[in-house]
Every structure is written in structure tokens, then in C-alpha cells.
Design a protein around this ligand. Structure first.
Ligand code: SF4
Length: 330
């Protein structure tokens, strides 16, 4: 589940879907920490607790954009950790200063999963005009790791013809700063993002993206086809000893020493650590679902046969609490 300390961003990264919000460019979330906790607790899709819903901070803002947003981010981390305990993750391009890192460790989530986003080193000035230089981000990642904050490089978005061509340098520089954990992320586009990319005047990049676009809507975001690039980048990284996570949530799982097999990308983390299910049938009956049959398969799928309709939030809560894939037969 994504939590937003603010709305909007002023970094102006060309490929990004986040627009400046209001004249100031950003609007800090008005909800205080205790109110956020209440809102989450009332959300039927949210499971509180250490083994509850994975939390990702940001996604429609930059969590450390300025003092005000940073303070809100720390406030949310603190209250989530104090009252709920869910595993938290943040992705950023900003430099997290020592005093902020100390606050994360002492007041926020000490096992916070930090993702340092990078797309390109050579073309960062053009693509991310107001973000700190990628080498400074990697240097910051090195510092964060050194004080005990588990930090991975998030190569996202993979811009075809740019990021994949720089894979070697991205990996080499990450290693130079002691980062050996990686997440790869695809580009999401709509016509607005495409028009910003077109304005760069890089026809190779524009054409490559258009040829890989599955669809191009005015507002809805769609991922471009990039599995081939991801696979090649993953192979190169693994040959250098990187751990390549299949998705951002897997880095969150590792950072919190948990395990998960909620989707076919898994298993992630230490599978011997998956939550035990004492009585599969009872698990459903506790939440008011009558089942004919329920058991765990050898492949760690939770199989359930029921004539009752399973609401979306019930499915999500069962998957989250058991960290298993669910097979429903009706
Ligand atoms: S199994 Fe799927 S949902 Fe769970 S951490 Fe891995 S990638 Fe994420």
C-alpha cells in the first residue's frame, strides 16, 4: 500500500508521471500521524502488524524533497512503526542527510528498505534536471548502508537505448559504493510523458519507446515492453554477484528478514520463515467465510473451495496474512 507524505514533485524528471501540484509544486499531506494510523486501521484492504501489508512511502511525491516533506515522511514512519509495525519502504533520489537517517533509525522503521532511484549516469542532467547527481545518490546509499539502513539501487525506469546501454557503468558504480542489491523497474507512459520525452530531441529514445509501447493513453499509464532488457540487465548483474529482486516489495521483505510467496515472482526471502498456518479451514471461518475445503499445497499455494463469494479485500487480507498465493475454487 502506498502512503503519501505529500502530493506532487518539483524535480521535473522527464519520464515521471508525477506533476507539480498547486503553485508551490507540492502539497504536504494534511493528515497528522495519528490520523493516518486511524485511516489505515479503518481501511478494509489494510492488515496492520509486522507481518501485515507492505508499506511504500512516496510514489506520487519525493519523500525527502524539502524540510517540510521530509518532516512529514519521518512523522508517518514514526506513527506507523509505533502503532502498526508494518514493514516500510521508501524510494528516493534525494540525499538523506545524517541527521535524517538517524531519525529514521531511532524514530522511524530501523529496518526501513531504502531504494535509491537511478536511470542513467551519463544523461542524468538531461533526464532529471533538478535531482542530485546519481554518483552523489550512490555515495549516499553507501553511507546509509554503513549506518545499518538496508539500501538497494532501483534502476528505474529502464529507458530503452539509454539505461540498458549504461548497465555496465551503473553496476560498476554501484559496486564501487558497496551496493549489491538491485531492483529493476519499467517505464510507464502516457501521451503527456511521451511528449516530454519527444521534446528532448533524442529520436532513438523516442522511437524505441514507441516501438515498445503496448498502448498510449492520454491519462492512463501503461508499461512499455521491457522484459528482454530486464532479463539481460539481470543476468549481467547476477554475474557480478548482485542480488536482483523481482520487484520492489521483495527488497522490503529482505530488509525486514521476512519471507513471501504471495505472487509467482516468489518465493522471496527465507522460505523457511513463511508464516505457519495452523488450520487452513479455520482461517477462513474466523473471517466469516464458509469453506468446503482448504489446504496448503506442496507449492505453498493456499487452496480453498467455497460457495461463498470472496470479496477483493478478503482475498487480499488472506494473502497478506499468510504470505501465500490463493487458489479459489467455487
Ligand atoms: S512473492 Fe511477490 S509479492 Fe511477495 S515479495 Fe516476492 S515479488 Fe513481492
Amino acid at each position: 500500500m502506498t502512503i503519501h507524505p505529500a502530493y506532487g514533485c518539483t524535480l521535473g524528471c522527464i519520464y515521471c508521471y508525477v506533476k507539480p501540484n498547486t503553485k508551490k509544486g507540492i502539497e504536504v499531506n494534511k493528515l497528522g500521524g495519528p490520523e493516518l494510523v486511524t485511516a489505515l486501521s479503518l481501511n478494509p484492504h489494510f492488515l496492520p502488524g509486522k507481518w501485515g501489508t507492505f508499506i511504500a512511502l512516496g510514489s506520487i511525491t519525493e519523500c525527502f524533497l524539502n524540510e517540510e516533506v521530509t518532516a512529514k515522511t519521518i512523522e508517518y514512519m514514526y506513527w506507523i512503526n509505533k502503532e502498526l509495525g508494518n514493514p516500510q519502504q521508501v524510494s528516493t533520489k534525494m540525499i538523506i542527510r545524517p541527521e535524517i537517517s538517524e531519525k529514521i533509525l531511532s524514530m522511524g522503521d530501523p529496518y526501513l528498505s531504502v531504494l535509491i532511484s537511478i536511470t542513467s549516469i551519463n544523461m542524468a542532467n538531461l533526464l532529471e534536471p533538478r535531482a542530485p547527481p546519481p554518483i552523489e545518490r550512490l555515495n549516499n546509499a553507501h553511507y546509509l548502508n554503513s549506518i545499518g539502513l538496508r539500501t538497494s539501487v532501483f534502476i528505474r525506469p529502464i529507458l530503452p537505448g539509454v539505461t540498458d546501454k549504461e548497465n555496465e557503468i551503473l553496476l560498476r558504480e554501484s559496486l564501487r559504493f558497496g551496493i549489491k542489491e538491485l531492483v529493476l523497474g519499467s517505464l510507464m507512459i502516457n501521451t503527456w510523458i511521451m511528449s516530454k520525452i519527444d521534446k528532448l530531441g533524442l529520436p532513438v529514445l523516442s522511437n524505441e519507446i514507441k516501438s515498445r509501447a503496448k498502448s498510449m493513453d492520454r491519462s492512463r499509464l501503461s508499461p512499455i515492453y521491457a522484459s528482454d532488457l530486464k532479463q539481460a540487465m539481470k543476468r549481467a548483474a547476477e554475474s557480478l554477484g548482485f542480488v536482483v529482486y523481482p520487484a520492489a516489495c521483495a527488497a522490503n521483505v529482505a530488509s525486514h528478514s521476512q519471507s513471501c510467496y504471495m505472487c509467482d515472482y516468489g518465493p522471496c526471502g527465507n522460505t523457511s520463515n513463511l508464516p505457519e498456518i495452523e488450520d487452513e479451514k479455520e482461517l477462513f471461518e474466523i473471517i466469516g467465510v464458509k469453506v468446503k475445503e482448504a489446504f496448503l499445497t506442496d507449492e505453498q499455494r493456499l487452496y480453498v473451495k467455497t460457495s461463498s463469494p470472496l470479496l477483493k479485500h478478503v482475498v487480499s487480507l488472506v494473502k497478506t496474512s499468510t504470505r501465500r498465493r490463493l487458489v479459489i475454487k467455487q
